[in-house]
Design a protein. Sequence first.
Lengths: 408, 343
Amino acid sequence: MGIAAAAVGALLAGCGGGPGAGGGKVSNAKIVLGVLTDLSGLYADITGPNAVAAVEMAVEDFKRKYGDKAITDNIEVIKADHQNKPEVASTQARQMYDRQQVDALFDVPTSSAALAVATIAQQSKRLYFNTAAATTELAGKSCNKYTYEWAYDAYMLANGTAANVTRQGGKNWYLVYPDYAFGQDMQAKFATAVEAAGGKVVAKDPTPFPSDDFATFLLKAPGLTPKPDVLGALQAGGDLANLVKQYDQFKLRDKGINLAIGLLFDSDIKAIGAAKLAGTTFTTAWFWNLDDEARAWADRFKKRTGQRPTFDHAADYSAATHYLEAVQKAGTDKAEDVSKQLDGMTFSDFFARNATVRPNDHRVVHDAYLVKVKAPAAASEPEDFTELVEKIPADQAFDQPSPACRMG
Amino acid sequence: MILTLLDRLNRRRAWLRWGLLAAGLLVAFGLPWTLYPPVATDIVCWGLFAVAFDLLLGHAGLLSFGHAAFWGTSAYGTGLIAIHSGVPFYVAVLGGTAAAAMLALPIGYLAVRRSGIYFAMITLAFAQMVYFVTNQWRDVTGGENGLQGIPRTLPGFDLSNSFVFYYAALPVVLLGLLAAWRIVHSPFGRVLAAARENPARVRALGYPADHYKLVIFVISAFLAGLAGGLYAVNHGFASLQEVYWTTSGKVAMMTILGGIGTLWGSLVGAAAIVRLEDWLATAGFEATGLVTGVIFIAVVLIFRRGIWGTITHLLRARAVAPVPQIEPHLEHDHDELQPTPTN
């Protein structure tokens, strides 16, 4: 009975879904964009419901731009909450591709979840645009021809900050990093970049993860020889908030030790307080107050959501727009054909400037920005946190394609 | 007259038992027709895990708060074997399960010497050690990126379809459940139940209570490992979530929700939680933890016996009600004489 049932089931499953199953130009006579993200947890502010809003904006703008000439006016956006659990992410991704006929997935924070979704994308032969996970493995060992990295990665964050701060005089570094893969990865890339720019890593220490007491490391910093000029803090989220507050309490800035941060989002600045962070440098893929073009989009975003966008939101909009444009150009939503339109494409939009979609590893390289946190007095509005220090050109912002990446 | 009544009741009970078994099998075989197949596979895996947990909690009276260690060890073990050797997934799962059982031996050896909160804390401590080792040993486990790309290998079958995979995994789960059922209804199971109620008296009768506890601990870890291995193959990866303490909490929640000591109730609890999580992921609520938490609290407050326990209690109450009191109080007469406190 089991075998018979299985056989019938396999038959049924074979008939449903599958790219290009419909007779028309687009499968199932509609295009479905799925946003799989953290809607309720740790990353809900950085990505979350507003990431869904960004993709919806992209769809509306696409419809407005093409009107009747659009390949189809039946474009849906659906969302799901992966709760930052890779199992939930993989089940949801499979379900969205199989059952809800999603043609492309967007966002997906948390590296393990993103890697799981990339695998499902490859198996399902549908597209996935990562904007939220930082792991370089997505364009390295785990790359595949259905997965694109649109926004940033650990290399971009580490390299930009380390190289530029060193060049500007921060020669001696003390690195503290959370003891897990993201932190290890960041630490290695920071150290390489610091030394390449002529600096020196005086000491580096792993910190327990998660942790709320960094006193050991902060007290150690001034006593090191040579005395470090910069404390490189590679923590994220709650750990980072604690570390910065304690850095402030120990008055390390007054002792001549500046702070450089690996990954900083506007929501972190809001949580820690801009006053405590003022002057801190970090690298970002984009910030809303970059220029008029960015501001114009950020204003529309704020009107819709009540908040200023993070770079992840901007990247979601950008990726969704270019995906829809590629479908329009290809005349089909078949993943392979859409992918042909995207590979090697060069473009500039409000988010990604001087951008190229690298065909060999699907990493989108674009200008990145070294920024510093504004003092609250200099801010034009409560959510204006950052100002530009230096633009990092696209060809320097990202690493060379990894030899570990082999696309099937 | 009383005898015929009892006889009829027993016969009815036998019918009920067979009927329930048939219904259970029907549900097991029909599950992927009504549910999305990967979710159905998740349910049976978690179900077996919860049953393994209930063996320990409900039948031996040991609340382990570290069962994620065994589920996770097997998930990673299975994954590593499947990735590096390419053997059929049954063999990989068995290998992972053996690793889990082997890990349970020293942990159990130390833990069963204590009971109650101390037992829970010792198991939790060991599970956290497993978690940190898994996290740090990233050359092998992939750290928090997880162990990706676990294949579903079975020569002669294409298991890439989740529907087919469900039927490949189901026999393993059913065997595990059968084993659990046999253990509970064996003399060994009776001794365990006795040791749970009164370890001193069991020892006085000449049974080495700690040995019995250790054996059930390892068996429980073995079954948890079986479930964890299948789960990893189902998802195609093993992540840190598998060895994290929240997994231990989740399985405890399933068992308590279903009904402690009811065995089958754990399956109901697992199905309820997995379905709920799956549904909440897309329901548009943005507070998954809150909803599951509230339901859990409600069940604990209102249905102390859990879902299955409450249902069987109600049914039994109705079935027994018309029968006059016939049981002599013989077997209860020692209850008032509380045993000497142990330790």
